[in-house]
Design a protein around this ligand. Structure first.
Ligand code: ADP
Length: 524
């Protein structure tokens, strides 16, 4: 059996801004069910009710300062959840799900480099110091361990592992895996931040990165022509993580291919990703949380047998809640996600005048870009068939998942995507862009593909009006295919096929174990 330690800035339901939190909730639980010893280490952003103070302290570096973190501990569903307590996490984020990375959307905290470098250092001490089990009754995890570093925030861990521990004879059999959830965020910082990382000079080449583009994420505020920029040398945590870990994984096979294909798709890390090699394992879902038979947020629970009537009631409740005409026969599309260009939320908003002619309803729930939030809030005023809700609302997300006919995902890129998987469990048919994990998870029997939503060749470039309109037409291609089948026997069959599809963590978790066992040399 394996010892696995996930290190992450998000663990749902404690802290979540997107799919990362969902994965670090569900995958560890499934691995624990299989009998492996699994813990997660994440910042203690809030006073989690179920977490006790272990009173264990560890000295770490916060930039150039030496400081101490304290570990809190919860234990649920066989997984030890270790929380790193330090005022730089707690003071900034008194409310879970908010402000994990910056004071507002698209703005980072100035000390993110120090905060997250400290997290990796704190996490490395956990398997040596913190006893596991419901009351800390078992011993610590020990040295034969796999660290799973999630995204750029934890990409320094492989280097701290080598320098702070393995060089001194500790963790000699430990492995560090990088699990990539999104290539658009890479941990790019000015070179001047290197000294505060507390790593030897020899890592400077691995961390150095020349970019000609504006730092991602894609940002509609960028108006400068990108070719006018001089190449700029920056630190890139993800690049160094790729080069120093034992294995790079990502959240779908198709995304693994895309990332290595062009500078635009790989956000300039394509060549490095190709050199190290990426293995894609499609995400699963936590079937206990997303299950129409048990969902506490929906007015009527339903299964495959009662799906017809169940969904009808949920749809009526949703239409009412959103102030739309309550009509079971109007096809209803729903979108849930970050309001960023990645997700194509701008495309949906720009499509309104064309969607008006399709005789359908559209509900959009999301937060993110202030400009898109503002536009979203007002779409209902002009277009009575549409409703935009600019807040993070888990309850409404569940009602949308159950009450809509179609799950709309016009993503420009999508490492895996989770909403299409949740939708399928509720008999809601995905209508998705042909990118990333959406291709792997939505074959023709389960949903409809749009045309590709165009995006600039270079990251950071603004999306032109022309490109936006092309995106609108590409999305409508998929919506029209879906509408042609609405209410037909094929539509009903697809809904049932979706519900019968196993999107649980069971199969993905077994694939992770294969990879981990091979790494640890324990594969029989
Ligand atoms: P991401 O790229 O953001 O990680 P995913 O599709 O992988 O995208 O996961 C997004 C997760 O966040 C889903 O569980 C989705 O339901 C949830 N989510 C996103 N925005 C909202 C919101 N405004 N309200 C409620 N849940 C949201």
């Amino acid at each position: 059996m394996l010892n696995i330690c996930f290190v992450s800035t998000e663990v749902a339901p404690y802290s979540k801004t997107g799919g990362l939190g969902d994965v670090t909730e569900g995958l560890p639980e499934e691995l624990a069910k299989m009998g492996h010893t699994v813990c997660t280490v994440a910042p203690r952003y809030d006073q989690y009710k179920d977490a006790w103070d272990t009173e264990i302290l560890q000295q770490v570096k916060y930039g150039n300062e030496t400081t101490k973190v304290r570990y809190f501990h919860s234990c649920k569903k066989g997984v030890d959840r270790i929380w790193v307590d330090h005022h730089v996490y707690l003071a900034k984020t008194p409310l879970v799900n908010k402000k994990l990375y910056g004071p507002k959307a698209s703005v980072d905290y100035v000390d993110n480099s120090e905060r997250f470098a400290m997290l990796s250092q704190a996490a490395l001490a956990v398997p040596l110091l913190v006893p596991l089990g419901p009351h800390g009754g078992k011993g610590p995890m020990g040295e034969d361990i796999i660290f799973v570093c999630n995204d750029w925030h934890t990409a320094l861990l492989p280097m701290y592992l080598k320098e702070y521990y393995q060089a001194h004879g500790t963790f000699l059999n430990a492995k560090a895996v990088m699990l990539l959830h999104n290539i658009a965020f890479q941990g790019r910082f000015p070179m001047s931040k290197f000294d505060a990382l507390n790593l030897p000079e020899k890592y400077l080449p691995d961390l150095s990165f020349s970019t000609q583009f504006a730092p991602p994420p894609l940002d509609e505020k960028t108006t400068e022509p990108i070719t006018a920029r001089e190449p700029m040398l920056m630190l890139n945590w993800l690049k160094a993580g790729f080069l120093n870990c034992d294995k790079v994984l990502t959240v779908s096979p198709n995304f693994a291919k895309e990332v290595t294909s062009t500078p635009a798709d790989g956000v300039e890390l394509d060549a490095i990703a190709k050199a190290v090699g990426l293995t894609g394992i499609t995400n699963g879902t936590k079937v206990e949380t997303w299950n129409p038979q048990k969902d506490k947020y929906i007015p009527t629970k339903y299964d495959a047998q009662t799906m017809g009537s169940g969904k009808k009631l949920c749809k009526a409740a949703l239409q009412q809640e959103c102030g739309l005409e309550v009509d079971p026969d109007i096809p209803l599309f729903g979108f849930i996600g970050r309001l960023e260009n990645q997700k194509g939320a701008d495309v949906i908003i720009a499509a309104m005048s064309k969607l008006e002619k399709l005789n359908c309803q559209v509900i959009v729930l999301g937060t993110g870009s202030p400009k898109l939030e503002e536009q979203l809030e007002s779409i209902g005023d002009k277009y009575p068939f549409a409703k935009g809700v600019a807040r993070f609302d888990i309850e409404l997300a569940h009602l949308i998942t159950a009450g809509t006919d179609y799950c709309l995902m016009p993503s420009r890129f999508e490492p895996c995507g989770l909403n299409q998987l949740y939708a399928m469990m509720y008999g809601t048919i995905p209508v998705v862009a042909p990118v990333g994990g959406l291709v792997d998870t939505v074959p023709p029997q389960f949903g409809f593909l749009m045309d590709k939503i165009p995006m600039p060749d270079m990251p950071g470039v603004a999306i032109s009006q022309e490109m936006l309109e092309q995106g609108v037409d590409a999305m409508i291609v998929g919506m029209k295919k879906a509408l042609e089948e609405y209410g037909t026997p094929k539509f009903d069959k697809m809904r049932l096929m979706c519900m019968a599809n196993d999107v649980s963590w069971k199969k993905p978790a077994a694939k992770y174990v294969d990879v981990f066992e091979e790494l640890m040399g324990s594969k029989v």
